[in-house]
Design a protein around this ligand. Structure first.
Ligand code: DGJ
Length: 729
């Protein structure tokens, strides 16, 4: 890892483990161009890739032809209004109502380490393992400065980028778009890959050819959303899971986001990511700064799988924080699907007693313990324990659970307010709303205006009081509706466009405060299932609930898409009861356990009521979790076969970093008559090492397992699964 500047070539070069990123500065005005991002280069100068010698590209040679330069030069951070007609990374409206910005290099700085982003999630690193380049660009007319920041990390092929805008002039400017990162490349017949979905169907993989024009994936829901992830990958046409060049971009942000790709007239491809400019506006007064969220760009020459493993490594070592980052999480049992709102102390203790006897380590009390929350029509905001349900009080319940040797966790939905609540009766003005318009309900609730410090503080104090009242070691932070009717009673008319982002900043401030004041708390984010499964939330919580769909077969696709970017250690996954509450499917308890093993692992069922033969399997599953979780949490993940593609079976494996051990999960989704065993080629092992498959006598070379493969016997029946444990002999 290194960052250098060559005065001769007028290029900045960022070197990663196996990749390089080159930025070139051209002509007297100092336009900042993108020269290269790809496999690691030698010391040679590649400034020729900027094509400045090709007429009529050079502005100082032909000032009249400046537009043809601007309209095809590979910009590092493109602006609008002066002749680059492709998508711009930044849009500014000045005091006179004009929209033009020209950014040229003013200064730069290279340093060891990486600065934190105030109020925002970001990757972090030490002076030993991180280097940063800051380019200061300026528009001389408006006196607006833009600082582009680039960080690289030891051993990881990723660049973390963000953008800061500073108004150094005397008049306010309106920011209408500020992308975190943008990159211009030559098309190589790329495909684009995105993750789309819906409630209970989150993060399904979608790969299509990249067409001419603008294509984007975005959210305007105030959260990253179930529907479209803040992510896109560009893949060489022939790239597969294991070979070919792949570029991934992921935004570390939990609000409105947009990833956009624009394939233009000269087969140039512009890829960018940032806060969605739709419904965004930010008034920047003289002397003020605007900080964008961070976006991470990953390069892989080892196909899609290589990209995933790079994201996993980066997020596990440079994003997730706290003591649980590297720790096995307690196996939890959550009462949501077990009881919904119909529970009390006795029911919870009955579940806890049975669960602790089976080896489960934590009871999580979900929605319904506060105010008069007997159903989802009421009480959000009234964070006082309902002692009709929680008889004897919360401390009694927690103490009783602790006496069983179990930890205790609790659910909150801090950002919400029910119109039918004490809080709303006192503070109707605290809800997000447009004066004169009745704000729309979703799940019978409104959203608190988290941009306001007094509301954040109120919510925080209520939560903290509950957490201090008993030995609570885990919080599930839920959020069950998108933001609509966007209006804050605290913002002036010209600043209403700031609400979406200010809301997210308020959310981050609150979560930061929570994990600072309760450093031993295990926080799990959640949003009506997986509507806020994003890298922004991972900065605050080491795990996120993946989906309300706990069906083992649906989960194969949801977890496959999630693991495309996010580490398995972050994927909230539970074994639930059947027929499954989301799809009505019946799958074997064993398969449900094997699939949940790929995530944080836990249960979401009434353990006192499930069939005896299922209950009797739990101690074995608990052992399985303890045996394999270190490997799953910290290993390298390889996709072998996808049910989404073959409609028959799914297979993936995790390999220990030192390649001494691996775990293969095989799920035969649909049984097939008259079939022999299936040959599976393993991945990621050391070719020269000798391995054994647990339960078998013979040994295999790693090369044999990867080239010749293993035979997985045909399993009779649908939805059956098998774990194959490979150990160095
Ligand atoms: C949505 C979550 O995803 C569920 O797990 C559960 O906590 C409910 N909300 C409770 O309202």
């Amino acid at each position: 890892m290194n960052i250098t500047y060559s005065e001769a070539a007028k290029c900045f070069k960022l070197d990663m483990a196996d990749a390089s990123y080159v930025i070139g500065i051209v002509d007297e005005e100092k336009f900042v161009g993108h020269a290269y991002f790809g496999k690691k280069l030698g010391e040679e100068d590649v400034a020729y890739l900027l094509r400045t010698g090709e007429a009529p590209f050079t502005p100082e040679q032909n000032a009249r032809d400046r537009l043809s330069f601007l309209d095809c030069f590979p910009m590092e951070y493109p602006t609008g209004g002066i002749g680059d007609f492709r998508e711009s990374a930044i849009e500014v409206r000045d005091n006179g109502g004009h929209r033009a910005l020209q950014l040229n290099l003013k200064d730069y700085r290279i340093y060891e380490g990486k600065k934190a982003l105030p109020g925002l999630p970001a990757t972090w690193g030490s002076e030993k393992d991180t280097r940063t380049l800051e380019l200061t660009l300026e528009d001389k007319v408006l006196q607006v400065e833009v600082i582009l920041s680039y960080s690289v990390f030891e051993g990881i092929d990723a660049v973390a980028r963000h953008t800061k805008v500073i108004n150094k002039g005397n008049a306010p400017v309106m920011l209408e778009k500020v992308m975190s990162a943008s990159i211009d490349m030559d098309d190589r017949e790329y495909d684009k890959l995105i993750l789309h979905g819906s409630w209970a169907r989150e993060r399904h993989i979608d790969r299509t050819p990249l067409n001419y024009g603008v294509q984007s994936t975005a959210s305007v829901r105030g959260e990253s959303g179930h529907q479209q992830q803040p992510f896109m990958a560009l893949l060489e046409k022939h790239a597969t899971e294991d070979v070919g060049e792949v570029y991934g971009i992921n935004l570390l942000y939990s609000g409105n986001c947009m990833t956009l790709v624009d394939k233009g007239q000269f087969d140039n491809v512009r890829l960018m990511s940032g806060i969605n400019p739709a419904r965004f506006g930010w008034k920047l007064n003289p002397g003020e700064e605007f900080q964008s969220p961070e976006a991470v760009l990953v390069y892989s020459s080892e196909g899609i799988g290589g990209m995933s493993r790079t994201f996993h490594d980066l997020y596990r070592t440079h994003l997730i924080r706290g003591e649980y980052r590297d720790k096995k999480r307690p196996i939890l049992i959550n009462n949501w699907e077990a009881t919904y709102f119909d529970f009390d102390t006795d029911k919870l203790l009955a579940i806890a007693r049975e669960a602790s006897a089976l080896g489960i380590e934590m009871l999580v009390m979900d929605d319904g313990w506060f105010g008069n929350r007997y159903d989802d029509n009421r009480a959000l905001g009234d964070w006082d324990v309902n002692e009709e349900k929680i008889k004897g009080g919360l401390k009694y319940l927690v103490d009783e659970v602790n006496k069983l040797g179990m930890k205790f966790g609790i659910w909150f939905e801090p950002e919400m307010i029910s119109p039918e609540s004490e809080l709303y009766r006192k503070h109707p003005d605290w809800a997000i709303q447009i004066p004169g318009r009745m704000a729309g309900l979703a799940r019978n609730q409104l959203v608190l205006d988290m941009s306001r410090a007094e509301i954040q503080d109120y919510v925080y104090e209520k939560m903290a009081a509950v957490l201090r009242s008993a030995n609570i070691e885990y919080v599930k932070w839920d959020m069950n509706r998108p933001l609509s009717d966007i209006g804050s009673l605290a913002l002036s008319p010209e600043c209403q466009g700031e609400l979406f982002h200010r809301y997210v900043l308020g959310l981050y401030r609150l979560q930061e405060r929570l994990i600072t004041d309760f450093p031993h708390l295990l926080l799990e984010n959640c949003s009506g299932g997986g509507a806020r499964f994003d890298a922004g939330m991972l900065y605050y919580s080491p795990q996120i609930w993946c989906s309300d769909d706990t069906d083992a077969i649906e989960r194969l696709m949801i977890q496959e898409g999630t693991a495309l970017i996010y580490p398995l250690s972050a994927m909230g996954a539970h074994v639930s009861d059947c027929p499954n509450h989301a799809v009505g499917r019946v799958t074997p308890f064993e398969t449900r356990g094997h699939v949940a093993l790929a995530g944080t692992f836990g249960y979401e069922l009434d353990v006192t009521k499930i069939p005896k033969e299922d209950r009797e399997m739990i101690p074995e599953q608990v052992k399985m979790y303890h045996k394999y979780n270190d490997l799953v949490r910290m290993g390298d993940y390889y996709r072998i076969a996808s049910y989404r593609e073959n409609h028959m079976y799914d297979c993936y494996m995790v390999v220990k970093k030192d390649k001494s051990e691996a775990l293969v999960t095989f799920v035969q989704v649909m049984g097939r008559p008259n079939s022999h065993s299936r040959r599976i080629l393993l991945k990621g092992l050391a070719p020269e090492k000798t391995y054994r498959i647990e339960g078998e006598e013979r040994t295999y070379l790693g090369s044999t397992l990867m080239q010749a493969g293993i035979l997985v016997e045909n399993i009779w029946g649908d939805f059956k699964s098998k774990l194959i444990h490979v150990i160095e002999a």
